[in-house]
Design a protein around this ligand. Structure first.
Ligand code: F6R
Length: 354
């Protein structure tokens, strides 16, 4: 049941803090530990991450972990592209498939392809016993419980977190006490967002009638820009696209006028670079919403709305935290528009045909 929540999506967003804590305990301290320990020192010449939609965005987050923490090459593909592009797959490489349902047709076809080429296949999956689960050499369950809202929320967070734990397992640092406290901090910060969701509603009220939304992010926040845009278009039926912040002037800036909102996701890392982006959008009368570090007067005063977040202590996990703010924003915009949030038109929870 939905309990006190108006929609399953809202309930599932609120479940995230507890699920994050549970997953960390499972993989670091309890039964899941032996599965992760099997990755200790593991090195593949290349990882091929493949998924669709939101799970693909989680793959983009995980790629950054494998490359930056483990210095291992990781390619990420949209499953419907990978299966037809004759990918180069060599012995020793690993296919990593990310899926909530474990039944997505394109993702399963990619797994078949990897198997035909004789490479190992691993999964990050929610549904135990699903086709993907049954056909994988190794499974890393995300333990999200049933996700009913068609728009995926908690599955994304837990997929990305599982990928992070895999990365730390390969590095051999699962016993680092800082890891556990970092994940606890993530859970606390998501909890704070859940408690302050009304302030995100106020931002939604300012922008929900606008015609188009361009989400921008750099580096580790680029996948979050993509995911924020996907969530919004799925449930609010407005045009939304995610862009790498540096690409704004290479095309999408042509769209900017008073009917367009730029939602910029900015970490403390590259704050100054974003100031000029914001100025460019404002100069064209665009509406600027910035999701960024709290106490950043240099950028706050430029924005039409500022969503202040506390990035401290989350060097690796901040994308997962920021994403929850965008989940709430999409939810509140959709609610103001009166759409069917849990069952958006034209969408199915699991896409089992090509
Ligand atoms: C987005 C969404 C879809 C799924 C995609 C993959 O909110 O729900 O984009 O993420 O269809 O589904 P799974 O993860 O079941 O393979």
């Amino acid at each position: 049941t939905k309990g006190p929540y108006e929609h399953y999506m809202l309930k599932e967003i609120h479940e995230q803090p507890a699920l994050v804590d549970k997953l960390a305990a499972f993989y670091i301290k309890n039964e899941g530990r032996k599965e992760l320990d099997s990755l200790k020192g593991f090195k593949a010449p290349a990882w091929h991450l493949t998924a669709c939609g939101t799970a693909w965005h989680a793959g983009l987050v995980i790629k950054n972990y494998f490359e930056q923490i483990n210095r291992q090459r990781a390619d990420v593909d949209i499953a419907s592209e990978f299966r037809y592009r004759e990918p180069i797959l060599n012995k020793g490489e690993v296919g990593l498939f990310i899926s909530q349902s474990g039944e997505t047709a394109d993702t399963l076809a990619c797994q078949e392809l990897c198997k035909e080429k004789g490479i190992e296949t691993f999964s990050i999956v929610n549904t135990e016993g699903s086709t993907l689960f049954r056909n994988s050499d190794k499974n890393f369950l995300i333990h999200a419980g049933v996700e009913i809202g068609v728009a995926s929320t908690k599955a994304f967070t837990l997929q990305a977190l599982t990928g992070y734990l895999m990365s730390r397992a390969m590095e051999g640092t699962l016993d680092d006490p800082k890891l556990f406290s970092e994940i606890q901090l993530l859970s606390n910060r998501i909890g704070e967002l859940c408690a302050q969701s009304d302030s995100l509603k106020e931002v939604a009220e300012k922008i929900y009638t606008k015609k188009g939304f361009i989400f921008t992010g750099r580096g580790k926040y680029f996948p979050i820009a993509l995911e924020g845009a996907l969530k919004l278009k799925e449930i609010a039926y407005v045009h939304a696209e995610g862009y790498a912040a540096g690409e704004l002037k290479h095309g999408p800036i042509a769209l900017i006028d008073e009917n367009i909102v730029n939602i910029a996701v900015v970490g403390p890392e590259l704050l100054e670079k974003t100031v000029s982006n914001v100025e460019e959008v404002k100069a064209r009368r665009g509406i600027m919403v910035v999701v960024g570090p709290k106490n950043s007067p240099e950028i706050e005063h430029l924005a039409d709305a500022y969503i202040p977040l506390d990035f401290n202590g989350l060097p690796n996990l901040s994308p997962l935290y920021v994403n929850v703010a965008l989940q709430f924003l999409a939810y509140h915009i959709a609610k103001l528009k009166g759409t069917d949030i849990d069952k958006p038109r034209n969408l199915a929870k699991s896409v089992t045909v090509e």
